[in-house]
Structure formats: C-alpha cells, structure tokens
Design a protein around this ligand. Structure first.
Ligand code: SAM
Length: 454
C-alpha cells in the first residue's frame, strides 16, 4: 500500500502523527473486525454463536462493542439479519463517550443524525437515548437512505424517523434539536487500510473541497440546534483542514464552545485542537476524528408550535391491530391502508417532522389492512412490540438460511396461518402456512443471493 506523499507530509505537524508507526500499520494488512450489540435484542456477546469462543475483546469506549479476532461470514449468520448486532468500525463507536459525557441521556431528547447512511451511528444513538427521546436519521442520497431505512427497521426500535433531506432543509426547524451528530462526508483517508482503492481518489484538492462542503453542511443545520444544545462533529479523515480547522471555524463563526471529554490515557486517543484523534497505530481501530461543541448563542426554546393531529384507530381497527402488537403507549396513524405505530408521547413531534421533512419511514410499520385483516409487515416481525401470543416457528441454522434466501424450507410445519420464523429465539420474518404450501414473506430485496461458499 503506497500512501500519497502529499498526505504524509501534510500530517507531519499534526498531533500524535508518528510517520514510521503509521506506515507500518498500513503496510501490515491487519484488519480489525468489530461489532456492537443491539441491547433491544441481546445483552451478551456469548449469545452470538458465529463470533466463536475466546475471540472477542471489549472496546473500552463502548459498553456493547467488541473486536473479533476472525471475521465470521455475517451474511450466513441469521442473527445478523435479525438485527442482534451491527458490524461497525471500532473507533466510530467513540460516539458513545461523546453522547454520554455531553448530554443527559435520561432526559427526553430530540436528536438529529444528519449524515446517517448506512446507519452505524444512528443505531448506536438509538441504543443510547431514552425511550422517550426521538431520533431523526437523515441521509441526503436517496439510494443510501433506503439502506439506512432497512437497517433502522432491522434494529427494531419505534422512536426513529428516517428522512432524506438536504442539510439546508433543516434550517426551518429552528432550535429544535438537543443534539446533532454530523458524521460528515470527507476525503476518507482514515479508511485507507480497509479500502486501499480509495487512495487513488485522494488529493489535496479534494481535501479542500470536502472541508468547504463540511462548512456548508454545518452552517445549514446550526439554526436547528437549541441553545446549549450539543453538536457532535466527526470525520474519517486525517486532514487537519477537515478536523481541527473545522472545530476552530465553528468556535469562531458561531461562538460555539468546545466541550472537553474525559478520556483515560491508556485508550490511546489523542486530544488535538478541541477534538479527538484516532491513529490506527495507537488504537485498535481505523482513523477517526470527533469533536463536541455547545451552542451558546441560540434561542432558549423552539418557537415551533406542535399540533397533535395523530389519530387513534377506530374500535374495529384497534381490535385487529391488538392481536399483533402490544398497543400500550402507542399512537397509530394510517397512510392509506398502511398502519404505523408511533410512541404516544412523541406523536405531535412525529407529525410535525412528517409535515416538514421528506419522510421515508417513521416509528414501526405494523402492516396493511386488507379486507378487515392485517397483513403483518416485516418491520413488525423485527420490532420490539410484537404480541407474545403470536405463533413462532424455531428454525435450525440450515433452515434459517433457506428462509433468508427465500427458498423452500426443509422442515415440516403443522397448522395454518401467519407464523413468526425465529432463529435462537430471534424473529427473522413471517411465513404464511396455507395447508398445502408455505409462503415465505421474507422481503425479496433483502434476501441472501449467495449460495454458501464453504
Ligand atoms: N454516519 C454514517 C454511519 O455511521 O453509518 C456514515 C456517514 S458517511 C461518513 C457520510 C454520509 O454523508 C454519506 O452517507 C453521504 O451520502 C452523506 N453525504 C454526502 N454528501 C452530503 C451532503 N452534501 N450533505 C449531507 N450529507 C452528505
């Protein structure tokens, strides 16, 4: 791997840069595989058989993050498809410290994850915030927003809205958010070890373009942050122009206050220019930069008037939905025949955001009402609101993979009707048994296309 000379010389004055160690760690070909558990579904890393035994090391800055010594085939792990964990770069999980140390996570917060696809940080934020908090998970590129939506559905929580807006669209939501996470698009040098092809796209000119774009993005969303609200800014670039220089620009341009974080020295993270640097020769992770800033010159409260226009289902609809899900604390909306459940205390906010943003998904899609019956959605199967009385079918590994490939199962089923297909007790999706055949309702677009490579 040959790193650009211009990159190396530009990094020479940057705090924590150790040229020979940096070159060596890039030449080593070493890859770190790391995962973060979904505490809505599992709590112990030992519950995931594909991780093997004795091969995991806890990531110090993330309670449920682990490095794996070998990379299992995630595609052929049904628990990956059940949303029990997310495969995420280890340094990025430092977001947890930023959130815990700068915000009151027991409070009811409104959080925006501005550049959210494919969803690593959004799923992490969802695990950290209280159930009375809401997360707007936004991605400007529509195709990427679709992947984000799939990952949010797989995670299973009901307090997230997925939007696909340009950052400037948030300027209308004055002083609305308590926390904004901006994991900005960048020149990507921090991921060269993983993706050596990206080296060819790197140039000093691109660093300058990225840094200007980062300024534009931050300027666009600044008004939607509350006074005393927190901005968490991060990149996977090593370049000072995209990291420390952006922090000082923010502090100067918007009178933002840098928030220092308490970090044990043994973590190997380097404090630099108001932010924190992750050098791959000092941490078990890739290149990353993160800084936290507090807004000091905004409005105290949002001027937005919230109208609570959500409607509960009528009695007949309620009785249908009640058979499928735990309805307590939920508000329901109908979009044509499709029923969505929102958290009741957040219904007015969900309505407000639906009116003001390009919504792709909100709460939990329960299913479609067809002739007084509910056709349950895949999102309901993966959610945490399923009615426990629903009939479940536990599959072994072979059949779970056949199910995820939308192939015929090699198992006999008794009885008719909708059944929840599970692996190790975790729902994967629906089947409908019709007596002489079984319809597989795993979404076609999510199915495993590969045959197993042994
Ligand atoms: N936060 C994500 C995660 O943890 O999975 C990774 C985000 S990635 C570093 C940056 C994202 O910003 C990409 O999904 C990209 O499509 C999006 N993006 C690109 N241009 C943008 C722009 N002008 N404004 C906002 N987001 C943009």
């Amino acid at each position: 791997m040959r790193l650009p000379d211009e990159l190396l010389s530009s990094l020479a004055p940057v705090k924590g840069f150790d040229g020979s160690a940096f070159l060596q760690v890039h030449a080593s070909g070493q890859q770190v595989t790391s995962v973060r558990l979904n505490t809505l579904k599992i709590n112990e890393v030992s519950e995931v058989p594909s991780f093997g035994r004795d091969v995991r090391e806890a990531i110090p800055w993330c309670d449920k993050g682990y490095c794996l010594d070998t990379r299992p085939s995630f595609t052929f792990d049904p628990l990956f498809h059940a949303g029990c964990y997310y495969v995420q770069e280890a340094s990025s999980m430092f977001l947890e410290q930023a959130m815990k140390q700068t915000a009151d996570l027991s409070a009811s917060l409104k959080v925006l994850d501005l550049c959210a696809a494919p969803g690593g940080k959004s799923t992490h934020i969802q695990s950290l915030i209280s159930k009375d908090s809401l997360l707007v998970s936004n991605e400007v590129i529509r195709s990427r927003a679709q992947v984000l939506k799939d990952n949010i559905i797989k995670w299973g929580a009901g307090n997230v809205l997925v939007t696909h807006n340009d950052p400037k669209d948030f300027s209308g939501l004055e002083s609305y958010f308590d926390v904004i996470v901006a994991d900005a698009p960048c020149s990507g040098s921090g991921l060269f070890r993983r993706d050596p092809e990206a080296i060819h796209e790197w140039s000093l000119n691109n660093v300058t373009l990225c840094s200007r774009r980062q300024q534009r993005i931050l300027a666009d969303i600044w008004s939607s942050l509350k006074n005393d609200g927190v901005l968490i800014y991060s990149t996977c670039s090593y370049s000072k122009e995209e990291d420390e220089d952006i922090v000082s620009w923010l502090a100067h341009e918007f009178a933002a206050e840098v928030i220092p974080l308490a970090i044990p020295p043994e973590w190997g993270i380097i404090a630099s220019g108001g932010g924190y640097r992750f050098w791959p020769d000092k941490v078990r992770g890739e290149g990353f930069f993160l800084a936290c800033l507090r807004k000091k010159n905004g409005e105290k409260t949002s001027v937005i008037k919230l109208k609570n226009k959500a409607r509960q289902p009528d009695k007949k609809e309620a009785a249908i939905v009640d058979k499928w899900m735990l309805c307590a604390g939920k508000y329901f909306t109908r979009h044509q025949d499709q029923i969505y459940a929102w958290p009741e205390p957040l219904a007015a906010d969900f309505h407000f955001l639906q009116e003001n943003l390009k919504l792709m998904y909100s709460g939990i899609f329960i299913g479609e009402l067809v002739r007084d019956k509910l056709v349950p959605s895949h999102a309901l199967a993966l959610s945490t609101v399923l009615q426990p009385a629903i009939e479940r079918v536990e599959l072994d590994h072979e059949n779970a993979i056949l199910y995820l490939q939308r192939k015929e199962l090699k198992t006999s089923l008794t009885g008719r009707g909708w059944k929840l297909v599970c692996y190790k007790g975790h729902p994967l999706g629906w089947i409908n048994a019709l007596g002489n055949r079984v319809n597989n309702y795993y979404p076609k677009e999510l199915r495993i296309l590969k045959d197993r490579v042994q």
